[in-house]
Design a protein. Structure first.
Length: 542
């Protein structure tokens, strides 16, 4: 036979990799190939390690899924042969789901040979002996029932462990743990890697972007979580900052089947791990990441200080549509590039030609930076004071709890499964209690909030940073300044016709820059935080 021969191996438990499962499946494939006079190509052996066929992980995440797609697209040709130990390696889903997958492969001209019972399944053998179909269904039914029984025992065990933890406030539900935490006989403890995580958090809260954090860790030759190298990536940093284990919470989803319906339970066990930060500061990190994610800046090589603040934050003063920045290279008479020029575009005009034409914005950005650093002492930025971070963190927690309650209410009202409704109801009560506490905490913090003043050292630091950021090619310093501006500026409106700019800051300050008779003038309206005592300061810049 000249058919292309594929072999598929799978096991769901890491323990099986240490045992004989893989070797047994390999030996089976070799025996079948020899018996049917097939040439087994080692390059076409597919293996899925630690992927469940019961939850179809091997299809959604593994090699089998790739193989099935290749069959559908015709990359794997009709007449090809797939050798497996048993049909339960292909699926342990419900019999009708397993049968659908089986029929689709057979229908595309694939021959499936099972090594443990030497069955050959293809269009020819099934037409000649239809009873083979009942054999395949029987195997699939048995495989599903076995997995279903294991699942019931496992879910019951986990539910008991969750109940024990909620009653006693301690326990171990098993499963993997974050790399900065070590499992011990008495519980969990922070290990030496927690210092790296603390450094990442400190840098991020001090307005250092993900790219710069990754770069600094790499240059410092700090090992990554896998320990294989010291080349950090943004994805790794983001996953660390996303982990609820930072504030000691074990957050996981428990999924299982009841009468063929998939049930998903979301669990959050607080004070499960030793924490590195409070929940409020975790929520603060998430809110900052959302603001940053809404900006398109991370996808650009340049850092723009007048635009790229996220949806609805940098807009045309005439039509209210978004503004975008663009660097255009200028050429001299010899057709050589000399420098880059910053331009501002109204997105509406780009699409319809019905608003303001683009403008050169180098000078406007320069004077914007000068106006910012010239008024640092007048609270143009919210100072990096502890109280302000606390308020911002509590506000983030309140927003999170409000969204959580809304989601749980929908889950409670839409589900007719008692266990799901019970869990949702319990979580609604808990979230409501937290919300009430945090609202009172926010009210208390605001009542104690004073009129802050940035000290001289902080002023010099921001001013030095801004001066360096005037250079459009200075990615590092512009990134740091942009991080500060992202947290401070609510909206920027630019009139592309009059070259006027208005920046509203979250602390109530309003900065305006007007161009008149060849001169830029800036006006700063400073709010005392309570809506009174507004005054104006003017700077003239030639």
């Amino acid at each position: 036979m000249n058919a292309q021969v594929y072999s598929y191996q799978r096991f769901s438990s890491p323990l099986q990799e240490k045992g004989t499962s893989l070797k047994r499946q390999t030996d089976y494939a070799i025996e079948v190939a020899e018996k049917h006079e097939l040439r087994l190509n080692k390059d076409l052996v597919m293996t899925d390690k630690g992927l469940s066929a019961f939850h179809a992980e091997h299809v959604t995440k593994g090699a089998l899924g790739i193989f099935i797609k290749a069959v559908e697209k015709g990359i794997v040709k009709a007449g090809s042969i797939l050798i497996v130990e048993s049909l339960d390696r292909l699926s342990r889903q419900t019999p009708w789901q397993a049968q659908t997958q089986f029929n689709e492969l057979i229908g595309k001209g694939i021959t499936i040979i099972t090594a443990n019972d030497d069955q050959v399944y293809n269009m020819k053998t099934l037409s000649k002996d239809p009873s083979k179909m009942f054999i395949s269904i029987g195997v699939m039914m048995r495989a599903h029932e076995e997995s279903l029984s294991k699942q019931k025992r496992s879910v019951k065990y986990i539910h008991k462990k969750i109940d024990d933890f909620e009653k006693n406030g301690k326990g171990d539900i098993a499963g993997s743990v974050p790399f900065w935490i070590t499992r011990t006989k008495s519980g969990f403890e922070l290990n030496k890697s927690s210092k790296i995580v603390k450094k990442i958090i400190e840098m991020y809260l001090n307005n250092t972007g993900l790219n710069l954090i990754a770069r600094e860790l790499t240059l410092s030759k700090i090992k990554t979580p896998t320990g294989k190298n010291n080349s950090w990536g943004v994805t790794t940093i983001r996953k660390i900052l996303d982990s609820k284990a930072l504030y000691g919470c074990n957050s996981f989803k428990l999924s299982y089947l009841i009468d063929g319906t998939k049930i998903s339970e979301n669990h959050e066990l607080k004070n499960y791990y030793p924490s590195i930060i409070s929940e409020e500061y975790y929520n603060l990190i998430q809110e900052r990441k959302k603001k940053k994610a809404s900006s398109r800046e991370s996808y650009k090589k340049s850092v723009y200080l007048l635009t790229s603040y996220g949806k609805g934050r940098s807009i045309c003063a005439v039509c209210g549509q978004a503004l975008v920045s663009q660097l255009q290279k200028q050429m001299n008479r010899q057709k050589e590039y000399t420098k880059s020029v910053l331009r501002l575009h109204c997105t509406k005009h780009r699409e319809t030609g019905d608003c303001c034409s683009s403008i050169k914005a180098d000078e406007l950005e320069k004077h914007f930076i000068h106006s910012v650093i010239g008024n640092v002492e007048n609270q143009l930025f919210e100072p990096p004071a502890y109280d302000q971070k606390s308020i911002e963190a509590v506000q983030a927690t309140i927003e999170k709890q409000e969204k959580k309650i809304s989601s749980l209410m929908n889950e409670f009202s839409e589900s007719d499964i008692p266990s799901i409704r019970k869990i949702a109801q319990k979580q609604i009560i808990e979230a409501s209690e937290i919300l009430e506490i945090k609202e009172k905490e926010l009210e208390s913090l605001k009542s104690k909030k004073s009129h802050w003043k940035i000290d001289e050292e902080q002023q010099r630091k921001i001013q030095s940073l801004a001066i360096k950021a005037e250079n459009i090619d200075n990615f590092h310093d512009r990134s740091q300044l942009k991080q500060i501006l992202m947290q401070s500026i609510k909206t920027i409106k630019v009139d592309l016709i009059g070259l006027n700019l208005t920046a509203d800051f979250y602390n109530g300050c309003i900065l305006t820059i007007n161009y008149k008779n060849g001169t830029y003038q800036s006006h700063l309206y400073v709010n005392d935080k309570y809506g009174k005592n507004i005054y104006r300061k003017m700077n003239k810049m030639e």
